[in-house]
Design a protein around this ligand. Sequence first.
Ligand SMILES: Cc1cc2nc3c(=O)[nH]c(=O)nc-3n(C[C@H](O)[C@H](O)[C@H](O)COP(=O)(O)O)c2cc1C
Length: 407
Amino acid sequence: MRKAPADIASIEDLRKRAHARVPKPFMDYMEAGSFAEITLRENRRDLDSIRFRERVMFDVSDRKLETTMLGEKVSIPVAIGPTGMCGAIWSNGEILSCRAAHDFGIPFSLSTNALLSIEDVRSSVTRPFWFQLYLEKDRGFSKELLERAKKAGCPVLILTMDLHVEGTRYCDVHNGLGVPPKLTPANIWSIVSHPSWAFAMLHSKRWSFGNYAGKVKSGNVAEMAELVKSQLDSSFDVKTLEWVRSLWPGKLLVKGIMDADDAKMAVDAGADAILVSNHGGRQLDSAPSTASVLTGIVDAVGDKAEVYVDSGVRSGLDVLKFLGLGARGCFIGRAYLYGLGAYGEAGVTKALEILEDELSIAMALTGVTDVRKVSRDIILRPPPAPTISAGATSGGPFRDVRVYEES
Ligand SMILES: Cc1cc2nc3c(=O)[nH]c(=O)nc-3n(C[C@H](O)[C@H](O)[C@H](O)COP(=O)(O)O)c2cc1C
């Protein structure tokens, strides 16, 4: 495997390179947030606002970045999160990203909506990955997916709970990446003008949602997209979570939690871990940043479950900030997709190396020698708290104010 060029220094460098290689409709799909993208921006703004406490009076020559995530040993406290359609960024991207993650010593999560199926990926990698489930309206199909993930040996199920309905990404509508997808003159031109991407895509194992293969007679992409959308289930509630728990013998991570009360309900329903996430700003726009709600949720959950976080990680310093706010580890979405879009497997490896180096440097300069011992002590200035401390049962300032009195 060819390495990424030596002058790639940051995730931002990978992002720029990915933009040069991948056609605009797919880059837009990756970059976008929902609606006015307020939450997308706020994820970054709040991480940027955090200030470390710099400590220099310690020997930090021997630094340990290894820890465990849901019982699995990891080389850094980072996992690759589930991203649908990652095979559209680079052909067979799911397999390449999984290999890069496993070689680096961290978990890879396969999305229900990946282009490659559970079986496609499992047969091409040496050990099982984590599987993310979008609960399907057709419960029989949900059960079938769980069975397939079990058969593939997936040790962790990530149950995404923040997609009862889909947040609108305006650029996808403009680019014809809706349901059904449209081949507009603009996106045909965009594909033709990115030949290395287009030629590589000819080697893709699949062009459509692999986990749904056989569910649509024609196998046609438009019909498949229609099916995927029609399977979103807005009746999905805590009882459904209990049902999934009863079917899944492995570890269960509930993703998309932004509220302390929801976190406690998930734990009571049997979640082994919580992933504090606003879907990278792609679902409820004007939801708070994950940085601003994380500590409240960590405090509410206590030692009953592990708490992870995503949304906005673009550097190893961001990883350390999230650890300082109480997370056990972080998941990454776009940070790895930029690497994938830029250089395929080598780009994902590069993204992980960058995060590792930056985390190690930030640890040294905050006087931390072991990621497992990071405490709130390293944070001098936390992110601004949301006006209502999300779900705090102790009550935020507006909790008891009834705005509209019933007469
Ligand atoms: C292109 C893209 C596709 C995604 N697809 C899924 C998905 O299929 N399932 C899911 O649970 N989350 C999905 N997510 C959300 C990610 O798992 C994660 O929550 C988010 O990317 C974190 O924000 P970040 O990109 O700023 O790191 C997707 C995110 C992106 C950017």
